[in-house]
Write a protein that binds this ligand. Structure first.
Ligand code: NDP
Ligand code: BG6
Length: 486
């Protein structure tokens, strides 16, 4: 990075959960690693009245010293906080953004400043905010030596149509080149390893197809409820919240063809091709669930319908599982079973590649008498890659046992595993778009789920109940049975 170029990092919605818990701590980590230019500044903007001091105090509550030189890192913290400024204002007000502009110009040293705008606000205020920012002349466009970039967070709309509208309207203010659509699962370390695992090792790619792989399972579980995001969640549901974005992104990295190079364009071209090859989802291959009262680790939890701010008759699913089929030569006939749920028995996200059984196994007297090989790629927690293989049990007799080749990140690598937002924010600063969603990719992802979501909404399909802390609805387990889908 060119240390003589300044960066102003502007967080709109700076009083919110995402800003305080994720964005500022990630910027602090990047700062502690010496990756921010010497003159960087951070500007927070939201409606809540806060002084610079209050704002700094709020930020400080969530900073950690992971990358700092001392345990308390008080020097780094006070140096970092001294560069943070706050302005209260209204999202739709040009005058408010003119005030912000003035604050920025007063604090930015010299003219050589690039600007990153992070829209950490609910989607309902995206457009008004962007227009007011543009009206105040805050956003630099075209061929200036200084650039402006915008980071926007999911959900990018609620279906293909609303997403297209959002893309079109935001494009009036920010060009596609300037826009960084964040999906923080792409910033997770193991997600980034998927391409490396497939394309930098000779052993996997020859087997990575319908001839050797029986099924692919992508599972996402959370052992918490909707917490303080109930209003948002009830409007969107688990398919829009997690499956259409995080899980579909993981699926594309598992299923795509080898890109011509690791450039952002080539990677994203291949991801779009996979998304476009996914067949329409059959409603009989979907299971929806909603948690009821239950308990986890001896703690009781209310049911979804009794959560604060959730209407008592809500049919919003907190769990969904679906079978996706990819209609191309590599994957024809291989089910991709994806499932995601809140209020389950653990917090995990993993990809399981299940290989086929050996057709003529000399160690068995009947087909499928031994477990198949499974490659388990755990994205979180406890990042790891396991390959289950069949071995001879040591001893005088020939008996076979299933064991596992393990790669546990914690023990295999001595380096710290970066938080997803740390990596992604650094990419925004350096302008690397490989881990961000391009507009055609977004449209293709919505095309897969829009018909299903409309059908669910139209029919007001009642989700199947499952107790909080369980493995989810009983029908989801049956979906995994190959015979249930054609
Ligand atoms: P919040 O609900 O905390 O909202 C952020 C800020 O926006 C609030 O502090 C509030 O600031 C302002 N705000 C809230 N509701 C409204 C409203 N109805 N009208 C105008 N302003 C409002 O959201 P998060 O911080 O959780 O998320 C921000 C964005 O990031 C959202 O798009 C969310 O979907 C997305 N996201 C969040 C994640 C998270 O972990 N929190 C994860 C992934 C995506 P003030 O009142 O001071 O103006
Ligand atoms: C967000 C979803 O995108 O990801 C939340 O909106 C979910 O519902 C969160 O809790 C999970 O992120 P992580 O990084 O904690 O797995």
């Amino acid at each position: 990075m060119n240390k003589s170029t300044n960066i102003s990092f502007v967080v709109i919605g700076a009083s919110g959960d995402l800003a305080i818990k994720k964005i500022f701590p990630a910027l602090f980590s990047i700062y502690c690693q010496g990756l921010l230019p010497a003159g960087f500044k951070i500007f927070g903007f939201a409606r809540t009245p806060l002084s610079h001091k209050d704002f700094r105090r709020r930020i400080a509550e969530h900073l950690t010293c992971r990358y700092a030189s001392t345990e308390s890192c008080s020097t780094e913290i006070s140096e970092f906080l001294s560069r943070c400024y706050y302005l209260p204002g209204s999202y739709e007000s040009r005058e408010s953004f003119l005030d912000l502009y003035e604050l920025m110009r007063n604090q930015e040293q010299g003219l050589n400043t690039n600007r990153i705008f992070y829209l950490a606000i609910p989607p309902s205020v995206f457009l008004d905010t962007s227009r007011a920012m543009a009206g105040a002349g805050l956003v630099v466009c075209g061929s200036n030596p200084q650039w402006s970039r915008v980071v926007i967070e999911k959900p990018f709309g609620k279906d293909r149509q609303s997403s297209d509208m959002l893309t079109r309207e935001l494009a009036r203010v920010f060009s596609e080149e300037q826009t960084f659509r964040i999906d923080h699962y792409l910033g997770k370390e193991v997600t980034q390893n998927l391409m490396v695992l497939r394309f930098a090792n000779l052993v996997f790619e020859p087997l990575w197809n319908r001839n050797f792989i029986e099924s692919v399972h992508i599972t996402w579980k959370e052992d918490i409820g909707v917490r303080n995001r109930a209003g948002y969640f009830d409007e969107y549901g688990i398919i829009r919240d997690v499956i259409q974005n995080h899980l579909l992104q993981i699926l594309t990295l598992v299923a795509m063809e080898k890109p011509r190079s690791i450039s952002a364009t080539h990677i994203r071209d291949e991801k779009v091709k996979v998304l476009k090859s996914i067949s329409a989802i059959d409603m009989k291959n979907i299971v929806l669930g909603q948690y009821t009262a239950g308990e986890i680790n001896n703690n009781k939890h209310v049911g979804y319908l009794d959560e604060k701010s959730i209407p008592g008759n809500s049919t919003t699913p907190s769990f969904a599982a679906a079978v996706l089929k990819i209609n191309n030569d590599r994957w024809h006939g291989v089910p991709f079973i994806i499932s995601a749920g809140k209020g389950l028995d653990s917090r995990t996200n993993e990809v399981r590649i299940r290989f086929r059984s050996i057709p003529d196994n000399i160690f068995c007297d009947k087909p499928e008498c031994l477990p198949t090989n499974d490659l388990n790629i755990r994205i979180q927690p406890d990042e790891s890659i396991f390959l289950n293989i069949i071995n001879k049990q040591p001893g005088m007799q020939l008996s076979l046992v299933e064991t596992s080749l393990n790669l546990r990140y914690q023990s295999a690598f001595s380096t710290k595993i970066p938080e997803a937002y740390e990596r992604l924010l650094l990419d925004v600063i350096t302008g690397d778009k490989g881990l961000f969603i391009r507009s055609d990719e977004l449209a293709a992802a919505w095309d897969i789920f829009t018909p299903v979501l409309h059908e669910i909404d139209r029919l007001k399909i009642k989700p199947e109940p499952y107790p909080f802390g369980s493995i989810g609805p009983a029908s989801a387990a049956r979906l995994v049975d190959r015979k249930l889908y054609s």
